[in-house]
Design a protein. Sequence first.
Length: 413
Amino acid sequence: MAGGAVIVGAGEAGVGAAFALRAAGFAGPVTLIGGEAELPYERPPLSKDVLGGGALKPIRAEADYVAAGITLRRGRTVQRLRREAREIEFDDGDGLGYDRLLLATGAAPRRLQVPGAEAGPVHTLRDAADAFALRAAMAPGLRVAIVGGGLIGLEVAAAARGRGAAVTVLEAEPRLLGRGVPEDLAEILAVAHRSNGVRLCINRNLAAITWRDGVAELICTDGTGAVADLVVVAIGVAPRTELAAEAGLAIDNGIAVDAELRTGDAAILAAGDCCSFPHPLFGGRRLRPESWQNAQELGQLAALNLAGAGQAVSHVPWMWSDQYALGLQIAGLPAAGAATVARRDGDRLTLFHLGADGRLLGASGLGPGTAVARDIGIARRLIARRAVPDPAYLADPAASLKALLSPVPAAAG
């Protein structure tokens, strides 16, 4: 029997899509399937509030699902996708038909591929179980080694220091945050971590881990390393594409979808960390942003298109990270820029990334708390407008960025 709209994955994209379907007037059955037993929750707080002792933050209250007529099936694993029959199969053999299907399966932490990585307790951080296990294992004075100097690794480092642990970060690349964060901002964050007592070991490739009496010795290829009571691996995530790949859908750094998030099967869309899509603002370049905002925006867009719209991706990617007292925000695609303009205003640094034609393609900023939020918010709107701002104006901290949003007066006739 057909099951209306079925959504596999109860993270930000899946939950947002379910409620957006109702808001769009979709009257058929909506079934949301999540692999975890918990009520769907926000993931950004896992590496911040939850590690610090806070509780999970539900995306929506349980009563909201009931009121919206959304069937939430928690703790269920989808084993197989049968496209010809328009049916999904659970790991217990039960099946569920669909008219329209959204895959919002997210991503999974990458695993260490070195000798000894599986011989002892190595933690990752992606879901609630990971966060609670890591929080329970942390204690003042504990020696924590974090493999990976990306955003999650550094957020865990900050949280561990906040709980009184001794922290070492091992990063294989020549600098921290090599994927997506400009070097000037990464260096400021490196200084902040060192000043908070974190030992940063840059350009160190892990060769092996040896274990003795529950203590790990991490050995790098140059002979250096660290001794730790607790090991955390934060070397990125891989999109969950198993269901789609087994069903014969195209894979390209995630489930490959078009600008309307449609797969090669007219009844199936994908959204969130699991999919890559061509972005019209960046010349059709295929992107797979890993952020709360991207999952939220794509979930809502997928819902509209499941309900019959034909809208293409238009949002400007945006992400943030909080470490100690500093707030990092990035919009657009800084790596696509051919030139960078810096705006320094006290303890705030904002970088504007311009294409060869002068068009604003990205912006990144770092400052206390949410100090750069307003500038990055304005930059997002300028990127969406394909603005070509004057570099000297961008660099002047006294010049109003908001003024750049005003329409250019029409020339006198």
